[in-house]
Design a protein around this ligand. Structure first.
Ligand SMILES: O=S(=O)(O)CCN1CCN(CCS(=O)(=O)O)CC1
Length: 523
């Protein structure tokens, strides 16, 4: 998911148009639903629905969203269902009127639900963990019992939330008539940052966003990441920020750089684009090592860009420089091999990877991509993609290459083998649907129909990001290692994740999470 917050200096200016423009630049982070809430004179104005930003927010819808501050969200289906009720931002009237948008996933939702029900008597109406987060925040704010609150009360409420809520979360919130707030989980797993725009009457507009690209496009500067465990409160008259819980391990999710974020964004001081070039450089060394060892020749390097995540984003009118292209070009240059765009993307076909069921996904790949015999026939080709997850798309792509005459197909992945569930907000299938689960690279090659599969090593993947900001000491690499940085994930929880994510479950009602032994620590 993508989150956004905007507070304009001039109270007479409306923020909605810029919030919608910003959301369209975050469209790649969620195409399932989107929503905006603005605030004018203490009242909220809301519009949210399933669909793409450009479809939900037509002129009429935007014109009703008055007010000079607001928040926005684009949603991407994780554990919850994709019904209307899941669209964000969420709203609670008490205390003070709060709206809230969240990117990430909580890993102790069962405990939180029970706490909110039995102790806080707050009814939760959806399966979304974002609604839980909001109600924990509201419940903590309620404890002040004050008629009007200040920054201190908000910091205290968020600090307690960070102790009670486990998992990955980047959030923006807005308090009616007060201001906007952003905060990031104690491990900093999901991204969010802020930027400022100096107005010509000497004031400042402020922006919160999942990615810096929104700031660049809207003329904001001084982009600065919200730190792990930090909260930032912006009102019309003040900006206050504070790290609320001791920095456990700052471990941003490395998948943001592998393919989730936009190449033109900078996350935690690292250009996504530069890191993908480095992934290509480092993967080239691994490819060279393996090809020499197996005495295999390669004639040409060909990238794959299978996803249509970019179709409705600002890139749609030109080729998206997505991971596989950026990395493949560097890899080809490093190996002194020709780089060819042998797969042509049909821009006007629905998104494959969100299609329900494998069959649709399989068939759909061929409608989306076409392999030009010119570049494959009679050749030993090295195909590069950002990662291999289920293997369904990759298998079809390899078959297409063979159908147009490739004599040898080597498949290279910019990411290591994915063997574990992602529990922090990037939607991965359950473990047994991951092609690398219980398989070694040669078994994976066989399953994909490739002559050889070459993976980026984990140290090289980490290096491709860390080299640009040595202050980043750790990343969430749980999908590769099974080590979950929040330290509270056990086998029981992973089984629940599988149950709620397996193909059949995805198409039916959500599954309730097992109650874990953890009880909410009384703050
Ligand atoms: O950045 S983009 O969104 O354009 C590409 C996203 N990327 C494409 C490749 N798939 C794995 C396909 S498969 O190996 O599971 O078949 C992971 C996601």
């Amino acid at each position: 998911c993508g989150i956004l917050g905007l507070l304009l200096h001039s109270p007479t200016q409306d923020a909605a148009v810029e919030i919608c423009e910003g959301l369209s630049l975050l469209q790649h982070r969620g195409q399932d639903a989107c929503g905006v809430v603005t605030c004018a004179k203490g009242r909220f104005y809301q519009c949210k629905a399933n669909g793409m930003v450009r479809d939900v927010f037509d002129k009429k819808a935007v014109s009703k969203l008055i007010g000079s501050m607001g928040i926005g969200h684009v949603r991407y289906p994780t554990a919850g269902s994709s019904a209307h009720s899941e669209a964000q931002p969420f709203y609670v009237n008490s205390p003070y009127g709060i709206v809230f948008a969240h990117n990430g996933n909580l890993t102790n939702t069962q405990d939180l639900k029970r706490f909110l029900d039995f102790e806080a008597h707050r009814h939760i109406n959806t399966e979304s963990d974002s609604e839980l987060l909001l109600n924990i925040f509201a419940n903590n704010l309620q404890k002040t019992g004050k008629f009007r609150i200040n920054e201190e009360d908000i910091f205290t409420a968020i600090k307690d939330l960070m102790i009670e809520c486990k998992g990955g979360y980047a959030c923006v919130a807005m308090l009616a008539g007060f201001g906007i707030i952003a905060f990031r989980d104690p491990c900093g797993i999901r991204p969010v940052g802020m930027a400022v725009r100096h107005t010509n009457d000497g004031g400042n507009d402020y922006l919160f966003s999942s990615e810096s690209v929104v700031a660049d496009a809207a003329g904001f500067t001084e982009w600065d990441d919200v730190k792990a465990g930090e909260a930032i409160i912006i009102t019309r008259t003040s900006v206050s920020r504070r790290t609320l819980v001791p920095n456990k391990t700052f471990a941003p999710d490395i998948f943001e750089w592998v393919y989730f974020a936009r190449p033109d964004s900078v996350l935690d001081g690292v250009s996504v684009y530069r890191s993908r070039m480095a992934m290509g450089d480092l993967l080239a060394e691994e490819v060279r090592r393996v090809l020499d060892m197996k005495n295999i020749e390669v004639d040409v390097v060909i990238p794959v860009s299978t996803s249509q995540r970019w179709k409705h984003s600002a890139y749609s009118n030109r080729q998206v420089p997505d991971t596989s292209r950026v990395a493949a070009l560097n890899l080809a240059q490093k190996l002194n091999l020709p780089y060819r765009e042998g797969f042509v993307k049909n821009r006007y076909v629905d998104r494959t990877f969100i299609m329900p069921g494998q069959q649709m996904r399989r068939k759909n790949v061929r409608r989306k991509l076409n392999a030009m015999a010119l570049e494959f026939s009679g050749k030993s080709v090295l195909i590069v993609d950002d990662s291999i997850v289920r293997g369904t798309t990759s298998k079809e792509i390899i078959q297409m290459a063979k159908d147009v005459g490739a004599v040898k197909v080597i498949f290279a992945s910019c990411a290591p083998p994915i063997r574990y569930s992602n529990v922090y907000g990037i939607d991965m299938p359950s473990r047994n649907e991951l092609i690398a689960y219980h398989r070694n690279p040669s078994q994976i090659a066989e399953a994909l129909g490739a002559d050889l599969v070459i993976y980026q090593t984990l140290p090289d993947l980490v290096r491709s990001v860390q080299q640009f900001n040595p202050k980043l000491e750790a990343f969430d690499c749980s999908v590769f290692t099974g080590e979950y940085v929040t330290g509270d994930i056990d086998e029981k929880y992973l089984e629940w994740v599988e149950a709620s994510r397996s193909e059949k479950a995805r198409l039916s009602a959500p599954v309730t999470e097992p109650s874990s032994s953890i009880t909410i620590p009384r703050p």
